[in-house]
Design a protein. Structure first.
Length: 52
């Protein structure tokens, strides 16, 4: 996802790989934290929706 968004926002620049790597390193901890916090709630909601 970070590769795609970096490419959309900046285009293919000479330092594209560096910019993408920086975005990935900054985004990964936030994405992991959000996933760990909300995954159980999302799973429960999914189970409720499917069981109906």
């Amino acid at each position: 996802m970070t590769l795609w968004i970096t490419w959309i926002n900046l285009g293919l620049q000479p330092n594209f790989l560096w910019l993408w790597a920086k975005a990935f390193i900054l985004a990964w901890p936030a994405a992991a934290t959000i996933s760990f916090l909300f995954a159980p709630k999302v799973h429960k909601l999914t189970e409720k929706i499917i069981s109906k």
